[in-house]
Design a protein. Structure first.
Length: 332
């Protein structure tokens, strides 16, 4: 196998110069850069896709950084991204950051060195300086779902605040007299917006108290624990809005363990619209995001930026839909 020294020898330059070309780090004049690229291609030192990337062409690869691949919401996003990417001749690299900023930084650096064509982030740990650096390096990026609306890049997200109000209104309309909220991590903008939508919908009722809001950490186990904590304080709750469907599924199990019947004693609704909500007993009501549309739109927007060479900074906010099922009863 050829080495970096073989490339340097063939190009008539130092190993350090080859390294600068490979990493796009430091000044190399155009003539020298072309000699290095030619040597790389001749020796097949790097994969052809990367060599083409060095020559200023596209590699045909995009990256998708997800915060939690165990949450069914994100594999559904990934499927849509991959479908659109494949249709346009792109390969997708999937990275799972586990909501860890340092792990995400490692991925960003690794992807930059691999000359990726563009990146889709579904992350709440992406820093403003990361956005600025990628824009300076002309790396197209789209931020999906867990993003501030005013971030200086293309953002695709749902109307979380409005969706929360839709969920609470539904519970009120079916006759609920005391509604609680299981919320996600407050460093995630979607969780904050959904909590705000709940709070502003119920704060004028005499029964409202902040202790009706219990953290469920956007997880199945968190939902189980949260609903038990809730009923230890408020045994008369008859409606629960969960900030995502995983917590709602956990809450359903926790209520069953407590011997509380859904929907006869407590009506329950989640948020996201993942497919698992259709196979629970009873089936879960949810505020459904257009998950596939979000993923496919993110991929289309990114690919358009890659092919046009123009960096877009646009906000796309998609509507949500109330899906009423067995877990939320209708008033008689």
């Amino acid at each position: 196998m050829p080495t970096i020294r073989d490339v340097a020898r063939l190009a008539g330059v130092s190993v350090a110069t080859v390294s600068r070309v490979l990493n796009k780090n430091g000044y190399v004049n155009k003539d020298t850069e072309q000699k290095v690229i030619k040597a790389i291609e001749q020796l097949q030192y790097m994969p052809n896709a990367v060599a083409r990337g060095l020559a200023g062409k596209q590699t045909g690869t995009i990256a998708l950084i997800l915060p939690d691949i165990s949450n069914p919401f994100f594999p559904e996003i990934a499927r849509a991204v991959e479908d659109v990417a494949q249709k346009h001749g792109y390969t997708v690299i999937l990275c799972n950051s586990d909501d860890q900023g340092q792990k995400e930084q490692t991925y960003i650096e690794m992807l930059r060195k691999k000359y990726i064509d563009g990146i889709i982030f579904a992350s709440n740990t992406l820093r403003e300086e990361d956005v600025q650096q990628m824009q300076a390096n002309k790396i197209p990026l789209v931020v999906l779902d867990r993003a501030l609306a005013n971030r200086a890049c293309s953002v695709i997200r749902s109307r979380n605040y409005e969706g929360a109000k839709l969920a609470v209104t539904h519970l009120l309309e079916i006759g609920c007299q005391k509604i609680a909220h299981l919320y996600g991590p407050q460093d995630i903008i979607t969780a904050r917006e959904r909590m705000l939508g709940y709070e502003e919908s119920v704060m004028h009722f005499p029964w409202y108290t902040p202790s009706l809001m219990v953290p469920g950490y956007f997880s199945l186990d968190g939902g189980i624990a949260a609903v038990k904590e809730l009923f230890a304080k408020h045994g008369d709750v008859d409606g629960i809005f969960c900030g995502n469907d995983l917590m709602a599924i956990g809450a359903l199990k926790g209520l069953h363990q407590l011997g509380i019947r859904v929907p006869d004693e407590v009506a329950l609704i989640g948020f996201d619209g993942i497919s698992l909500t259709q196979i629970t007993q009873p089936e879960l009501s949810t505020v459904a995001q257009p998950i596939y549309e979000m993923g496919s739109l993110a991929a289309r927007v990114l690919i358009e930026m890659i092919t046009s060479g123009e960096i877009e900074t646009k906000l796309y906010e998609l509507d949500v839909t109330l899906v009423g099922r067995e877990s939320s009863r209708r008033s008689s």
